[in-house]
Design a protein around this ligand. Structure first.
Ligand code: FPP
Length: 245
């Protein structure tokens, strides 16, 4: 891995258009330091800032992050409250800088069930940043892949879509990621090898990269390493390589 001071050679990597990240390991990062779990989430939020900057620097156009899953409500109430406080603070403190940086925010998931004040902050942030085009940041928040698919099916039935009209493209257009290309690379930190209900339709052909690094420590150099690994993959989308017989 290059030393932190070394400039990174971006000509040596293929930069994916769309990177999706399962930001895992905040709790273990905190436990290792005898800190409460929420301190790990705070460190995770600070790291997100660094990774957004790195994505802009590397020329990644779309970043999707798994911030809060439909299953995360099962965590202790104090942790859920701590997470909601962090999301609120990030919106309060980082939004103008994200906007100035040209970040366009998208929300994936269901805002119902979120405290109304936070809901409104999210809606305001989407409105403020909707014309930005340097980096699209999709925040999966109260998101689950299966719930997203059911939501899409319900909407299609409501629109009276008939079975012969149904195509993969049409189905994709009913997902929260409508209009966006599928992720090229899915990264999961902290060594877990599960997809955990994240972009289960969209990531069908994504390359998968897992690193033992906990999310708060996953820095610009770690992201670069993921791009190096991605560059070495041969993407086949189920077909044979060009020179296959
Ligand atoms: C998984 O770590 C992480 C989460 C459930 C929350 C992710 C949230 C952040 C990184 C905070 C910042 C996000 C935004 C959008 C401001 P874990 O708690 O499951 O870790 P563990 O597996 O080690 O317990």
């Amino acid at each position: 891995m290059p030393a932190k001071s070394e400039p990174l050679d971006l000509t040596a990597v293929r930069v994916p258009r769309h990177v999706a990240i399962i930001m895992d390991g905040n709790g273990r990062w905190a436990r290792k330091r005898n800190l409460p779990r929420v301190a790990g989430h705070r460190a995770g939020a600070e790291n997100l800032r660094r990774i957004i900057n790195a994505c802009v620097e590397f020329g990644i156009k779309i970043l999707t992050i798994y911030a809060f899953s439909t299953e995360n409500w099962e965590r202790p109430e104090s942790e859920v409250r701590g997470l909601m406080k962090i999301f609120t603070r990030v919106l309060d403190q980082e939004l103008s800088e994200l906007h100035a940086q040209g970040v366009c925010l998208h929300h994936l998931g269901d805002l119902n069930g979120i405290e109304p004040e936070l809901q409104q902050k999210v809606l305001d942030a989407l409105e403020l940043t909707k014309s930005n085009d340097r980096l699209t940041l999709n925040v999966a928040f109260n998101y689950g892949g299966r719930a997203e698919i059911l939501h899409a099916v319900r909407e299609m039935l409501g629109d009276g879509i008939s079975p012969d009209e149904l195509t993969e493209e049409l189905f994709s257009s009913y997902l929260f990621t409508s209009g966006l290309p599928d992720p090229d690379l899915v990264i999961r930190t902290s060594g877990e090898l599960r997809i955990s209900n994240f972009l289960i339709w969209q990531a069908a052909y994504a390359e998968y990269y897992a690193t033992p690094c906990y999310w708060p420590d996953f820095d610009r150099e770690e992201l670069y390493e993921a791009l190096v690994a991605y560059s070495q993959r041969e993407r086949r989308f189920g077909a044979l390589p060009e020179d296959g017989d």
